[in-house]
Design a protein around this ligand. Structure first.
Ligand code: 13P
Length: 252
C-alpha cells in the first residue's frame, strides 16, 4: 500500500516572517481537517529555520529545495547537506526542472547530489520530466529513461526507500496546463516499469511517484484516482491555505 504523499514546493516565495506565519496557519488548518496523507513543505533555505520553529514535531515535514554536491569547502553560495541535517532537515528536493533550466543542473550533477544525500540517509524527492519540445518530438520515454538511469546511477537497492520520484512535465509547471490524468498516468506507469528494470519489482511497487505541474484543488482528485499516481508536488497552489488544504484533504 502506497501512502499518498503531498508536498508544497514554495520555490522563491515566502520570506522568513511570512513563512513562519503561513506555516502556523497551515498547521492549524491541517489539525482541524483530519488530513492523513504524508505532508511536506519546502521553503527557501533562509526561511527553513522560521518554519521549523512552527512545524518541528508536527505531521508536516520540512524539506529543502536543493543542496550542494559537497559536504563542505570552497563552494561560495552553496548549502551543505550537513547544514540541513544540523537544523533537523532530512528531506531534500533534487533535480527540479527550474534548477536544470536556469542553473545548469544535469542528470550527472543531480546524481552526485542524490548519492551524497543518500550517504547521509536523507530522503530525496527526485524531479524528472520532459519539455514540450521533447514531448512533441516523441522523446518522452527517452528523456525519462535517461533521467532515471543517470540520476539514480549507483544508488543501492536498499537506499531506494529514501527516494520519491516527482514527475513534473516542464510544460505543465506554472502554466495552468495540467497533464491529463491519462497522460500523467502513462508517464507514471513508464517510470515504475523503468525503476523495476533498474532495481526490482518490489522496489518499483513501493515507489511513491508524485505528479507535479499545475495541481489544484479541482484536478487533484482525478489525478490521484490513477493507479500509478501516489501524490503531488504542488507549486503555486501550496502558497495559500485556502488552495493547499483541499489538496491535502483530496480524499475526504
Ligand atoms: P505549479 O504547481 O506552480 O505548476 O509548480 C509545480 C512545481 O514545479 C512543483 O515543484
Amino acid at each position: 500500500m502506497r501512502k499518498p504523499y503531498i508536498a508544497g514546493n514554495w520555490k522563491m516565495n515566502m520570506a522568513p516572517s511570512e513563512g513562519r506565519a503561513f506555516a502556523s496557519a497551515l498547521l492549524d488548518a491541517v489539525k482541524e481537517s483530519g488530513a492523513d496523507v504524508k505532508m511536506m513543505v519546502a521553503p527557501p533555505f533562509v526561511t527553513i529555520p522560521a518554519v521549523l520553529e512552527v512545524l518541528k514535531d508536527s505531521p508536516i515535514i520540512v524539506a529543502a529545495q536543493n543542496m550542494a554536491d559537497h559536504d563542505k569547502g570552497a563552494y561560495t553560495g552553496e548549502v551543505s547537506p550537513l547544514f540541513l541535517l544540523d537544523l533537523g532537515v532530512n528531506t531534500v528536493i533534487l533535480g527540479h526542472s527550474e534548477r536544470r533550466q536556469y542553473y545548469g543542473e544535469t542528470n550527472e550533477s543531480i546524481n552526485r547530489k542524490i548519492l551524497l544525500a543518500l550517504s547521509h540517509s536523507m530522503d530525496v524527492v527526485y524531479c524528472i520530466g520532459e519539455t514540450l519540445e521533447e514531448r512533441e518530438s516523441g522523446k518522452l520515454e527517452e528523456v525519462l529513461s535517461a533521467q532515471l538511469e543517470v540520476g539514480l546511477k549507483d544508488v543501492k537497492s536498499e537506499d531506494m526507500k529514501h527516494i520519491t520520484i516527482a514527475y513534473e512535465p516542464v510544460w505543465a509547471i506554472g502554466t495552468g496546463k495540467t497533464a491529463t490524468p491519462e497522460d500523467a498516468e502513462s508517464a507514471h506507469e513508464f517510470i515504475r516499469k523503468t525503476v523495476q528494470s533498474l532495481f526490482s519489482k518490489d522496489i518499483a511497487e513501493n515507489l511513491i511517484i508524485q505528479y507535479g505541474g499545475s495541481v489544484k484543488a479541482n484536478n487533484v482528485k482525478a489525478l490521484m484516482a490513477k493507479e500509478n499516481i501516489d501524490g503531488a508536488l504542488v507549486g503555486g497552489a501550496s502558497l495559500s491555505v485556502a488552495d493547499f488544504l483541499p489538496i491535502l484533504t483530496f480524499d475526504k
